[in-house]
Design a protein around this ligand. Structure first.
Ligand code: NAD
Ligand code: LMR
Length: 337
């Protein structure tokens, strides 16, 4: 089911042997809870010609395992001391490296461990694969993306069109949770989710989803739905009871976003998805990174969309999100400095 959904969006010509543009993709943190299923889904994507799996633990084993799957595309695994080899020639790099939450923790509580991991990986990328498109999954995304941007800036390799915080899981959850309440098909229920990726910074624009029409006027149902979208991650952390956070739904979401980018890099037009990027939308408020609908193109970010018309309730959500987002971004930039 996952594979069918991931692959369905790929046009038929992508399967032809004659012309498709294929891409070397690296996964850093490939041995982890997200890294393994994400690597599996990427192996099944015909736009990925070569998969480079890196982790400080276990990547060669994961690569050997996945390489037996009867889809085209090669897979190579790299141990801790072979990061440079793993990155060489990579055009798209996905980073789920770092520790996950345990019950009672916020994503910001992961900062002390994950900031250094992401910074070191970014430094290696700036040396070995400075032109790659980099997709950050490691939390706290609101801070790790600015860290990577700052490292690239210092190295003189920062291209804001090529750095993405992956917020797709919020979008996937919003579709699923709204569809559950509205009784619609989640695959055809689309909710733009903007802002950042943690608690109040996650802003679902339900007023822009036609399936939410009957719900917005019902304050109790609306508030519950917004809360569930903002704190969906906590549901999984609680249910896993100390064994980590979302991995399978995140692998699905990461593969979905990677597929959107790969299609756009290949020249497909009109691909618009929310992602956390360097953005002018709230720069006046001192917020340089923001997730909104972004049109992807052959060079990465093609066009950052405005939020469009939002409801008074969404104005309130935005008001609550901005100070927290600003704090998270500044923390990342300060760390990298
Ligand atoms: P995990 O512990 O299962 O896996 C993390 C992997 O990273 C491990 O295999 C570990 O060896 C590896 N790693 C650690 N340091 C590394 C380094 N320097 N280089 C390469 N690999 C390294 O954790 P997980 O459940 O896969 O989660 C990973 C991260 O993704 C966490 O920070 C989590 O909070 C985040 N996450 C983000 C989202 C999102 O929506 N963006 C969703 C879920 C989880
Ligand atoms: C999520 O939204 O599931 C992830 O960010 C992981 C977490 O810590 O909740």
């Amino acid at each position: 089911m996952l594979a069918r959904t991931t692959l369905r969006a790929i046009p038929r010509r992508a399967f032809s042997t004659s012309a498709p543009r294929q891409t070397k993709v690296a996964v850093l943190g490939a041995g982890g809870g997200i890294g393994q299923p994400l690597s599996l889904l990427l192996k099944m994507n015909p736009l990925v010609s070569s998969l480079s799996l890196y982790d400080i633990r276990g990547a060669p084993g994961v690569a050997a395992d996945i390489s037996h799957i009867d889809f085209p595309g090669e897979v190579n695994g790299y141990p801790a001391d072979k990061l440079e080899d793993a990155l060489t020639g990579a055009e798209v790099i996905v980073i789920p490296a770092g520790v996950p939450r345990k019950p009672g923790m916020t994503r910001d509580d992961l900062f002390n461990t994950n900031a250094g991991i992401v910074r070191d990986l970014a430094q290696a990328i700036s040396k070995t694969a400075p032109k790659a498109h980099v997709l950050i999954i490691s939390n706290p995304v609101n801070s790790t993306v600015p860290i990577v941007a700052s490292v690239f800036e210092k190295a003189g390799t920062f291209d804001p069109k090529r750095l993405f915080g992956v917020t797709t899981l919020d979008v996937v959850r919003a579709s699923r949770f709204l569809a559950t309440v509205a009784g619609t098909n989640p695959q055809e229920t689309h909710v733009p989710v903007v802002g950042g990726h943690s608690g109040v910074t996650i802003i679902p624009l339900l007023s822009q989803a036609k399936e939410a029409k009957g719900i917005i006027g019902d304050k109790e149902t609306y508030d519950k739905l917004v809360y569930r979208i903002q704190y969906g991650g906590d549901e999984v952390v609680k249910a896993k009871d100390g064994a980590g956070s979302a991995t399978l739904s995140m692998a699905f979401a990461g593969a979905k976003f990677a597929n959107s980018l790969l299609r756009a890099l290949k020249g497909e037009k009109g691909i618009v998805v929310p992602t956390f990027v360097k953005s002018p939308l709230f720069a006046k408020e001192g917020i340089d990174f923001f997730s909104s609908n972004v049109e992807l193109g052959p060079n990465g970010v093609e066009k950052i969309h405005e939020l469009g018309q939002i409801s008074p309730a969404e104005e309130e959500l935005l008001k609550a999100a901005l100070p927290e987002l600003k704090k998270n971004i500044e923390k990342g930039i300060k760390f990298a400095a």
